[in-house]
Design a protein around this ligand. Structure first.
Ligand code: WQD
Length: 342
């Protein structure tokens, strides 16, 4: 009998890569998705890669009745990985209520449904953005969290606070919050990857779309930061490495290995690269000359973010194995495949 895991937002970028790793690890996967920022076609792509078409329910997790009904259909699940959320930083600044409503209603309805039905394991998709501007580097899980600049980031911080209160009041419930640094890259098959809606917020998809001629020029937001080349430093992590960490986190909860009702783990490589490092690595890896221009800083950007990775290694037995070249090459292959399809 396979262990069943519900993956909310399982057709999204990180969700779909995690579904593939779960299936490969012999889990029975059920996807909940409203397809507001993903495509049903991803289900076919998952089938093409794994030979298995995951069960899925199209559901708006902001609607409690619909959410409970979906969970009741799969009340035999052993755990939930909750990816479902809006995640565009810039959009969240312009539409804060949409972000608070979507990201927090979805979380609360999921937790309430699980609690009522006795599904007691929960993995949360969080972000290094909860650390705000770190006062020490590398960032450990003990670093103070600060109010993130964007409403998107704040929904992640508030979500962790909700989880902290909920797990304290519900001792049969266990949760792990995974704090992603900067996820980039795509599955080695070239069949799935990031599908940004409209103009990408994030660096990597903007680079590949510029190289593919979809965008005219990459704006590099500032080169007057206190870093080696003046551009901000981030801890980029391959989405497949990230996905594998979720499988290990699920196993930790299912095997009752957790040491606290709510545990936090940084998911990064521990290596920081500047924006110019990424651009230069892209040009060397692909042979494409990138059209970019240095412009003003972007509001909310911090100079440096990179992870201390020892806790995830010690407790999850996880560490990132793919390097920046792997991340960039897989992103470029995916972009080219996307263009060939359209
Ligand atoms: C990286 C660097 C930019 C675009 C955010 C969220 C985080 C996570 C990942 C959602 C920065 C620079 C970017 C561009 C640029 N969540 N940049 N030109 O801001 O570190 O993290 O996305 O998925 O929670 O906070 O990632 O990729 O937007 O930016 O110069 O067109 O690239 O200034 O230094 P960020 P990013």
């Amino acid at each position: 009998m396979k262990t069943k895991i519900i993956v909310t937002g399982g057709c999204g970028y990180i969700g779909s890569h995690t579904v593939i790793e779960l299936i490969t690890s012999q889990f029975d996967v059920v996807i909940f998705d409203d397809f507001s920022n993903s495509s049903k076609q991803t289900l076919e792509r998952i089938f093409k890669i794994t030979g298995i078409a995951p069960t899925f329910i199209e559901v708006d997790l902001k609607d409690y009745d619909a959410t409970f009904k979906a969970f009741e259909t799969h009340k035999d699940a052993n755990g939930v990985i909750h990816f479902a959320a809006h995640k565009a930083v810039g959009e969240s600044v312009n539409k804060p209520l949409m972000y608070y409503k979507n990201n927090l209603y979805s979380l609360i309805n999921t937790l309430e449904s699980q609690s009522t039905l006795g599904i007691s394991n929960f993995i949360f998709s969080s972000s290094a953005t909860v650390y705000g501007t770190p006062n020490t580097l590398p960032i450990t899980e003990e670093n103070d969290t600060q109010r993130p600049f964007s409403p998107y980031g704040n929904t992640k911080k508030i979500a962790e606070e909700i989880l902290d209160d909920f797990t304290k009041s519900n001792t049969s419930f266990s949760a792990i919050s995974l704090r992603y640094f900067n996820p980039i890259g795509a599955h080695d098959s070239g069949e799935i990857g990031e599908l940004p809606n409209g103009i990408p917020n994030n660096l990597m998809p903007y680079i590949t779309q510029t190289a593919a001629g979809v965008r005219e020029k990459l704006m590099v937001y500032g080169n007057d930061y206190p870093t080696k080349d003046g551009t901000p430093i981030r801890d980029y992590i391959h989405v497949v490495d990230l996905a594998k960490a979720h499988v290990l986190a699920v196993k930790r909860l299912i095997n009752h290995q957790q040491e606290k009702p709510l545990e936090y783990f940084n998911l990064g490589t521990g290596i920081g690269y500047s924006v110019l490092d990424v651009i230069n690595t892209f040009e060397n890896a692909t042979g494409c000359k990138l059209n970019y221009e240095i412009t003003e800083r972007r509001d909310g950007d911090v100079p440096q973010l990179y992870a201390a990775t020892n806790l995830a290694k010690e407790k999850l037995g996880w560490f990132a194995v793919k390097n920046l070249d792997d991340m960039i090459s897989s992103s470029w292959t995916w972009e080219q495949n996307l263009r060939n399809e359209n």
